[in-house]
Ligand binder design. Structure first.
Ligand SMILES: NC(=O)c1ccc[n+]([C@@H]2O[C@H](COP(=O)([O-])OP(=O)(O)OC[C@H]3O[C@@H](n4cnc5c(N)ncnc54)[C@H](O)[C@@H]3O)[C@@H](O)[C@H]2O)c1
Length: 437
């Protein structure tokens, strides 16, 4: 099938590439000409494991190409995906201007039947709005479908190629059939394509993300309480997670959830509720707890340094909002780093993939290690913000030799309390006893 993807970011590029992989002819459109130029040169502009192989293969097979021309995309695609940003607006709602502005252009430009598929995360009622905006100018038939995306950065290719479910919100038989045909190669193992109305599809995405954010936040509160009463959250986590009604995943406590989705989606659902005079009390609490959690280690660091962080050098490992991505949007690391700089600390940071994005944000206000060990040199403490695998088994002898003081503040509970005890490292983590040799 002929496909256009408008917006070639984390979602759009994975969508376009994976649809090309199953034999479709895909044109990806992006407004960012430098990004398009890079992709034309065969460079994947984001870090996403395994994407490069599919990207190269499909460009070579001439099933995947890139343009800044919306006209070219609309001319080409029978199905037009919108994978545009829906960032948080000032009042917490989702900013639909990208989606609606492009929709207006689509209305003016399409010349024959097209299916417009909204893959961006949008509030209930957006498909209706998109339909109305296109209809203002369209001189041909078209349908609007809601098809929220559930991929996870870091696992995006796998998630797209083997989705647990595909949600399609559509009230048009013609569009639904086209979507079924497009997606059938991805669900050969029997996972469902769930067809529903547009509003339910739109809400499914917000409900799923808000539920996951709530699960993480619940464990963060349990962790904070563990510290008060001397329980060990890791033991509680395993004790809870083995109950199949609860499940093992999303129970890891830490310094809060971040990223380009959970924070804005929870806020957008909360605000959408408010607009309907519905008070999502649980989401309000989730937002509040997560705001607190992002800097939960700060008072402990201040306390350790006897009330004054001025001039202290802190090494920071892990800057991306989670491992296996270079994305730093709403990363807890950024909140911690800003809070530490405010308190007069100096920072030496390292991340396997997110350094270029952090450099754009922090410039020369901090220093950058070429390796995880270089970031430790003469630092007064190490702070861990992201659970990249390479941080899991460090060379402790080297770590102790490089740090001015063997102190670790661990926002992701990477290490065993017993190991820290025997290594004689001062170790302060989340929801577990402090180790002070
Ligand atoms: N990132 C994720 O893990 C994820 C997962 C599921 C859903 N989503 C949702 O998908 C949507 C896109 O997210 P993303 O992370 O891919 O965003 P992104 O910022 O990585 O990508 C958006 C792209 O759209 C481009 N763009 C902006 N305006 C444009 C225009 N007028 N014409 C063409 N291109 C334009 C930008 O240059 C950018 O490349 C959001 O609604 C997000 O909530 C994201």
């Amino acid at each position: 099938m002929k496909i256009a993807v408008i917006g070639t970011g984390y979602v759009g590029l994975v969508t376009g590439t994976c649809l090309a992989e199953t034999g479709n002819d895909v044109v990806c459109v992006d407004i960012d000409s430098s990004k398009v130029e890079k992709m034309r040169q065969g460079i994947v502009p984001i870090y996403e494991p395994h994407l490069d192989v599919l990207f190269d293969r499909n460009i070579k097979a001439e099933r995947l190409r890139f343009t800044t021309s919306l006209d070219e995309g609309l001319e080409h695609g029978d199905i037009i995906f919108l994978a545009l940003p829906t960032p948080e607006d000032e009042d917490g709602s989702a900013d639909l201007s990208y989606v609606l502005n492009v929709s207006e252009e689509i209305g003016k430009k399409i010349k024959q039947y097209r299916v417009i598929v909204d893959k961006s995360t949008v509030p209930v009622g957006t498909a209706e709005k998109v339909h109305a905006v296109i209809a203002q100018n369209a001189s041909c038939d078209f349908d609007v479908v809601s098809n929220p995306e559930f991929l996870r950065e870091g696992f995006a290719v796998d998630d797209f190629m083997k989705p647990e479910r595909i949600v399609v919100g559509s009230s048009s038989d013609r569009a639904t059939e086209m979507m079924r045909k497009l997606y059938s190669p991805f669900v050969r193992s029997g996972n469902p394509i769930l067809i529903m109305d547009e509003k339910s599809a739109e809400l499914t995405k917000y409900a799923a993300n808000s539920f996951l954010a709530t699960k993480i936040t619940f464990m963060n509160e349990i962790a904070n309480y563990c510290e008060k009463v001397g329980a060990d959250v890791d033991k509680v986590r395993v004790g809870m997670g083995t109950d199949s009604r609860i499940g093992k995943r999303f129970l890891f406590p830490g310094i809060g959830y971040g990223g380009s989705c959970f924070p804005k989606d929870v806020k957008a659902l909360h605000k959408a509720g408010k607009d309907q005079q519905y008070d999502f009390k649980i989401l309000n609490a989730v937002i509040e707890v997560n705001d607190y959690q992002k800097t939960v280690l700060l008072p402990k660091m201040i306390n350790h340094f006897k009330g004054d962080l001025t001039g202290k050098t802190i090494a920071v490992w892990g800057l991306a909002f989670k491992p296996e991505t270079d994305d730093i949007r709403e990363a807890p690391s950024v909140y911690m780093m800003n809070a530490l700089l405010d308190k007069g600390a100096k920072l030496q940071v390292f991340d396997p993939e997110a350094m270029p994005n952090i450099k754009k944000r922090f410039n020369d206000t901090i220093s950058y290690g070429d390796s995880m060990y270089e970031a430790l040199e003469n630092a007064d403490a190490l702070l861990i913000c992201t659970e990249w695998s390479i941080f899991r088994t460090p060379d402790y002898a080297k770590l102790k030799q490089l740090l001015a003081e063997p102190v670790i503040f661990d926002g992701r509970n990477l290490y065993n309390i017993e190991d820290m005890d025997s290594e004689e490292i001062t170790y302060i983590s989340i929801g577990r006893k402090e180790v002070r040799p």
